[in-house]
Design a protein. Structure first.
Length: 92
């Protein structure tokens, strides 16, 4: 017979986590609206966003860019992220 190991009780959900999903969405949507359109330079200029990304990447010395040196590591990280993004979520 398999004996089930008791799990410790989970703490009560509080704050944002305790709100109903509709209220969470309503509050979260305000974050994106807090900056006026004219101030969102990356949303208006994809080339500016790409340039900023290149600039950030070039600030790291080539010998310390682990994904640039090890493509299998990059692939593994990508798969792990994809699995996490598509994994069933625990309801609680």
């Amino acid at each position: 017979m398999i004996e089930k190991i008791p799990t410790p009780p989970r703490p009560a959900r509080r704050g944002f986590a305790a709100m109903d999903p509709a209220m969470q969405r309503k509050i979260a949507s305000k974050g994106g609206k807090s900056v006026p359109d004219e101030k969102r330079s990356f949303s208006r200029s994809p080339s500016l966003a790409a340039e900023a990304g290149r600039k950030g990447g070039s600030s790291v010395p080539a010998d310390q860019r682990s994904f640039a040196r090890d493509h299998t590591l990059a692939a593994k990280a990508g798969r792990k992220g994809g699995e996490a993004a598509h994994a069933p979520r625990e309801k609680g």
